[in-house]
Ligand binder design. Structure first.
Ligand code: IMP
Length: 445
């Protein structure tokens, strides 16, 4: 089977550099698809002099010959999406219904969701350190069968019923928290107003994707957040409200269990996390400040400072296993340039006992102590290096050690923010490209 459907997912707590990788790989793709999350994601893509910050739009929108799809697994804030379309257009990028498709069965994320998210974040007992975008409450409404989906805007007869179902629940919560109740007719009018700029892009994404895949299209699935923020396998409850691994692609697009041929796991050469929750290798003091400054570790989306720490090989190995990762894209190795020595977490101690896996309970996760292996740093630079042979030898050894400990080969090394600051060790799309050249004529028909 050719590798023509590639998922790009995070293996840590998000912010691994998926935006750059997706854009880099999108150059060779026909379609780029988001399959989970919402505008909690912040993907930075640098093209020449321009830096784009994408939240909901797949990185493919920056390429005029690529179709971008927002799948049903994403919770979509129509106001945020409209704003993002406008800002990307203002930078000179064309977006039309030919280049952007939003699934008609994607749930709408509404201001009432962001309200509720903020209310919970302000309460001590329910604080998670979310992006306050309303992601959790929007997914709750989806699984509780009361979400309004984009397709509902196209069915005026049933929209009132959908809104009533939603408001029965939310007005109950609002009464309980002393907030004014929402009026159904006013919400319907607001939904129509918010939905209007998005409706031209709304359609049957699952069928379109199925047909494109059948015709041999090269498809990139762009993950958001990271494995350790996955609702089931992450540092629960300090997680996001969606499944963030490639296993979600089939569900979040409608392409089914065989949606993905190759999973590329994006991994930062050290660790970062935004928001609350366990972080065994977290650093503080001068070293933390150094890494945070060099790595520009400030949230793209919320402007919060990211917590930083050493590379945790145990956690990434686990993420590779439960995420079905085939190869790694290692990013930000240049941030480690100039350090005398580097530490890698190779195991933990929990209550005096050694263990080789990350526990699933949050209390134990918070108590594990990392066991480190120390490696020499390098005085040369990796920044902007474009061939593995040109890396300082200690940097090459560090990468080899990560591969051994994590149990997964590194296919791509990113040495800077620019599209071209990329070392391709093994192109995960190579087989797809070969296949594409054989079938290009068919696909153009
Ligand atoms: P939520 O997704 O807004 O509900 O936030 C839940 C947790 O996920 C918080 O710790 C957020 O900081 C984190 N989070 C959500 N989206 C991202 C992301 O794109 N990058 C990094 N962390 C994220």
């Amino acid at each position: 089977m050719p590798h023509q459907k590639i998922a790009i997912v995070g293996t840590q707590w998000g912010d691994e550099g998926k935006g750059k990788l997706s854009d880099w790989i999108a150059e060779r793709a026909d379609v780029v698809v988001r399959f989970q999350g919402g505008h909690n994601a912040g993907h930075t893509v640098v093209v020449g002099e321009t830096t784009y910050k994408l939240n909901l739009l797949p990185s493919g929108v920056l390429r005029s010959d690529t179709l971008s799809v927002i799948g049903n697994g994403v919770v979509v804030d129509p106001l945020a999406l409209a704003r993002e379309i406008e800002s990307v257009r203002a930078a000179g990028v064309e977006i039309s219904p030919e280049t952007l498709l939003v699934a008609d069965n994607a749930p709408m994320l509404l201001p009432l969701h962001a309200d509720l998210d903020g209310l919970r974040e302000d309460g001590e007992a329910s604080h998670i350190g979310t992006t306050r975008r309303g992601i959790g409450p929007a997914y709750e409404d989806k699984v509780a069968r009361r979400a309004v989906r984009f397709g509902d805007l196209q069915a005026p007869d049933t929209l009132g019923e959908r809104v009533e179902r939603l408001l029965v629940h939310h007005n109950m919560l609002r009464r309980g928290s002393g907030r004014p109740e929402l009026d159904g007719d006013a919400l319907i009018a607001e939904l129509r107003r918010m939905g209007e700029p998005i409706l031209p892009f709304v359609g049957d994404a699952a069928t379109r994707l199925y047909e494109l895949v059948e015709r041999g299209a090269i498809v990139v699935f762009e993950g958001a957040q990271g494995a350790m923020l996955d609702t089931d396998h992450g540092t629960y409850p300090y997680v996001t409200s969606s499944n963030t691994t490639a296993a979600q692609v089939g569900v979040g697009t409608g392409l089914g269990a065989h949606a993905v041929d190759h999973v590329l796991g994006v991994t930062k050469a050290y660790s970062t996390r935004v928001g609350a929750g366990p972080f065994p290798t977290e650093l503080d003091g001068a070293l933390a400040d150094h890494l945070a400054t060099r790595g520009h570790e400030v949230g793209t989306n919320t402007g919060r400072n990211r917590r930083v720490g050493w590379f945790d090989a145990v956690m990434v190995r686990q993420a590779v296993r439960f995420g079905g990762v085939d190869s790694l894209a290692l990013t930000k190795i240049d941030v480690l340039d100039g350090l005398d020595e580097l530490k890698i977490c190779t195991g933990y101690r929990l209550d005096g006992e050694a263990r080789a896996t990350f526990p699933s309970g949050v209390a134990q996760q918070a108590r594990v102590e990392p066991v480190y292996e120390t490696m020499p740093g390098w005085s040369g630079t990796t920044a902007g290096v474009r061939a593995r042979a040109d890396l300082p030898s200690a940097a090459a050894r560090y990468i080899e050690r990560l591969e051994e400990l994590v149990g997964c080969p590194v296919a791509v090394i990113s040495t800077g923010p620019d599209r071209d600051d990329t070392i391709i060790v093994h192109d995960p799309l190579a087989r797809a490209l070969q296949f594409a050249s054989e079938t290009a004529d068919d696909r153009e028909e």
